[in-house]
Design a binder for this molecule. Sequence first.
Ligand code: NAP
Length: 309
Amino acid sequence: MINVLFSALPARWPDYAEPLRAAFAAHGIDANLSCDHPPEEVDYIVFAPNGPITDFTPFTRCKAVLGLWAGVETVVDNETLTQPLARMVDSGLRDGMVQWVAGHVLRHHLGLDIDILGQDGTWTVRTPPLARDRRVGILGLGALGTACGQALAGLDFPVMGWSRRPKKIENITCYSGEAGLRKTLENSDILVLLLPQTPETENTLNADTLALMPRGAVVINPGRGPLIDDDALLEALESGQIGHATLDVFRIEPLPEDHPFWAHPNVTVTPHIASATRPETASTLIAENIQRVENGQSLLNQVDRAAGY
Ligand code: NAP
């Protein structure tokens, strides 16, 4: 019998208990899933960073920590974590992100606000450009950035992307390195941020990099708040260098009521809802990873602790 500890907010337990048990059964794993195993008897931890565990030291026989979140910035530096850590790469999380990003890109591309907010009795005909004439850049070509890029390319947007290491991805022009970032920014009418939060990615968008973008460009950030220097973005919005920012993630969450983003006419705030891990599909990955460790194989989606993601 394998003891699996579920360590997340208590409100998540009813959503996950059955899907996890079903996935373990489907994978032939004889598991005892609980929220309160004694630490020294735990074999695997299903882990959310906002759950109760901050010190992994008492989990002396734990073989792996299986994260429920894609972002690992709050746990990656935890020195008490000596076990391998897997992050969440879930088809439900991916599909949700693709749909949120596509929706917000299309809003800005088609100028939907003009019609939705402008029902004033005037009949003004306008023809938005076709997607093929609107360039989209994506910072971060991982599980989510690649899926979003390919979906947008499927709608006929010319898509560029930027990653740490050089890549080749069908239908996406791929860049890396500082020159690659510059090229991506200079050519992005709409920019989507899907980088992880690491010391290297903090303030990727700052006064200098925002100034490289085409005047009036749109920034969409479902990645992490610290990817953007807030003050620099506000200045760029004031000057018209950036036309609109749609922001899902912030340095402080919930975004404080008095933060200027709330009141800014050219900022859309969404409350970190771009995408969420879905219990059914996520449970399958967790079961697969337990099966792999039990069979002596490496974890899927293991976090590179040195790279920070
Ligand atoms: P991922 O698969 O780890 O991909 C990260 C991408 O960023 C990779 O392409 C990586 O490059 C690139 N990258 C990392 N450091 C870089 C650097 N210094 N310079 C250039 N590129 C760099 O992550 P993911 O699953 O796509 O998720 C991305 C992020 O989305 C998560 O970390 C999380 O913060 C955020 N997220 C937000 C929500 C939400 O609801 N708002 C939901 C889920 C996830 P390589 O390809 O070379 O490794």
